[in-house]
Design a protein around this ligand. Sequence first.
Ligand code: FE2
Ligand code: FE2
Length: 185
Amino acid sequence: MPDPIAVWHAEHEYFGRLLKVLESQVAVFHGGEQPNYELMRDIVFYLRKFSDQVHHPREDAAFAILARREPASQLEINRLLQEHRVIAHAGEALLVLLEEIVGGAFVPRAQVESAASTYLVYYRNHIASEERQILPRAGELLGAQDWKAVADAAPLLHDPLFGGDPQERFRELRREISRESPRPQ
Ligand SMILES: [Fe+2]
Ligand SMILES: [Fe+2]
């Protein structure tokens, strides 16, 4: 079984790479140029699918175990649980805007830019908090049985973007990610 903390960390790295591509598109947008809206939409779509439906539910399960073993971590964990809900809402709102634009609707520039920037800042802070305060503690306090319960909380059969043979709609995004930042070692 692969080291669950290493897998957890690797997922954060993948999300970081997606956020970096999203950020570069927001910068294009900010510079008055036309960004690749389809690419932006696919990034947020993927994060809504994978992160909100697999990564976060698994974290929620890990957090619950951690809070039982270390009650002092409960406050921090409550904050992170709340952030999962905020990220899901902010992601959905941004996805709706991007879908509208891709579909040809007019959306005010400031509205898209602010939704995307808020999402970026919020997401990055969230990942940084988990990396700093949760992963090291979980590595110490969770055992093999716990990790099985965490994985079972949200089964994933195939990652449509980062797994082998990415889905058709994610091929361009996958190429873009390789260009932006080579695969982490
Ligand atoms: Fe999280
Ligand atoms: Fe996370």
